[in-house]
Design a protein around this ligand. Structure first.
Ligand code: SF4
Length: 428
């Protein structure tokens, strides 16, 4: 979501004459879009500002703006701790960024803008064209969360759930397709809770699918409780929804899910998996796991391992629990470091084994790849499989932006290597 937000912030600041630069030393406005999900996020921001400060030691300093969730969580405290910072702006207020920049230039004041104002943000953004020209582009449909999992900062930093209007999203999808976008990844902290005048995520997928130029549709990140029948049913109707379901489960133990305040049960998760598999055997799952959550016993951990073996997730994120300030779980007793690490290693081994096996199973097969670009380092091309796996292959320039058939010759844990069939025929 931060990548989407950063692009939109750029679309807004373009209006007052800013352009992007790769060269830090020539910048006159430096904006850091931060993520609070990351470990030690706050300290990383101050470290980064220290780096900028050094570069400008003997020069006029740029306007320093801290945006995103760390800005939201820390607000004016950031300016007090580091007066080099000029503006702190939360994720729900970045539509006001041009006014804040002007205000700062005019009055040389330090400014803190961290209100939760999601509705006016999207009202403003709808009037500004999304300039993303990537083959695969994000599109935010929903922000915030009302679920309050005990480990998570999102409800505090992104505010309550808010869904954008159906029409605005479809208009943005059309405009992206006119820019050359071929794949849309619908975004939300709780994307499948999308609900705008009874339009659900399923309705959005089926409507976007009608845009001829859009070849692939994905969504992230979803919650098991919101995997409703209409959404499951989309997998039997849609021709463009991709067969990888990223559905964070966090733990395979109901006792831990309850301690986490996840509000879903393992058996319901498995039921969703089975229903989707019934619709289409080639659907695969990926997930997020928090290992060694406070209170996790060996039997809970074993339940997580069993779930992983049962579902055979092909691509997942797993981390040892680390507390986030302000959350319910931040005051709980941590599990011994050695035990946590041992559990994480076991989980990751299992997850990586599935990933490697999945990739191996594609060797010598022809798969469909959406080609995103030519790689800089070599003369190869980069794209993604239906399961989001990176594919590096021999191809040709006309294939960029198209879904092409690639014969996979080799693989490792994260990447598939191959050759475009068109190229193969041409050589033959
Ligand atoms: S559902 Fe997701 S975003 Fe919401 S509180 Fe839980 S982990 Fe955070």
């Amino acid at each position: 979501m931060n990548e989407y937000d950063s692009n939109r912030i750029f679309d807004i600041t373009k209006k007052i004459g800013f352009t992007k630069t790769e060269n830090l030393e020539e910048t006159n406005c430096y904006l850091l879009n931060t993520c609070h999900i990351r470990d030690k996020a706050k300290e990383k921001v101050y470290h980064e500002i220290g780096r900028v400060k050094k570069k400008f030691k003997f020069k006029k300093k740029p306007i320093i703006i801290i945006a995103g969730c760390v800005a939201q969580a820390e607000n004016e405290e950031m300016i007090k701790r580091e007066p080099y910072i000029d503006i702190v702006i939360g994720p729900q207020a970045y539509h006001k960024i041009n006014d804040k920049i002007k205000e700062h230039i005019d009055n040389q004041e330090k400014l803190d803008e961290t209100e939760f104002d999601t509705i006016s943000k999207f009202d403003y953004l709808n009037k500004i064209q999304n300039s993303s020209k990537k083959v695969s582009s994000f599109l935010t449909i929903q922000e915030g969360c009302d679920k309050f999992c005990h480990f998570c900062v999102v409800p505090y930093t992104r505010g309550p759930e808010h869904s954008r209007s159906f029409k605005e999203i479809i208009d943005e999808a059309k405009s992206l397709s006119e820019n050359g976008v071929k794949e849309i990844i619908l975004l939300g902290q709780n994307v499948n809770a999308y609900n705008s005048n009874d339009y659900r995520l399923s309705d959005l997928i089926l409507e976007i699918e009608k845009i001829r130029e859009i070849k692939r549709i994905r969504y992230t990140t979803s919650h098991p409780r919101d995997m409703t029948e209409d959404l499951i049913n989309v997998y039997s109707i849609s021709k463009k929804i991709m067969p990888l379901v990223h559905l964070p489960v966090q733990s395979g133990s109901d006792r831990i899910l309850k301690l986490m305040n996840r509000k879903h049960l393992v058996r319901d998760y498995i039921k969703t998996y089975e229903k989707l598999k019934m619709i289409n055997q080639s659907i695969e799952f990926s997930s997020d796991f928090i290992i060694a959550y406070p209170g996790e016993e060996e039997k809970d951990f074993k339940a997580t391992l069993d779930l992983i073996k049962n579902i055979k997730f092909i691509n997942s994120f797993s981390f040892i629990f680390s507390p986030r300030p302000g959350t319910v779980a931040s005051g709980l007793n941590l599990i011994d470091k050695k035990i946590s690490l041992r559990r994480l290693e076991k989980v990751q081994k299992q997850l990586f084994d599935h990933q490697i096996l999945m990739n191996k199973s594609l060797e010598n097969k022809e798969i469909e790849v959406l080609v995103e670009n030519k790689t800089k380092e070599s003369n190869k091309f980069f794209g993604r499989s239906e399961y989001m796996t990176s594919v590096i292959f021999d191809g040709n320039d006309e294939e960029v932006g198209n879904v092409v058939k690639v014969k996979i010759k080799n693989s490792n844990q994260n990447t598939l290597f191959g050759e475009s069939l068109k190229l193969k025929r041409r050589v033959a």
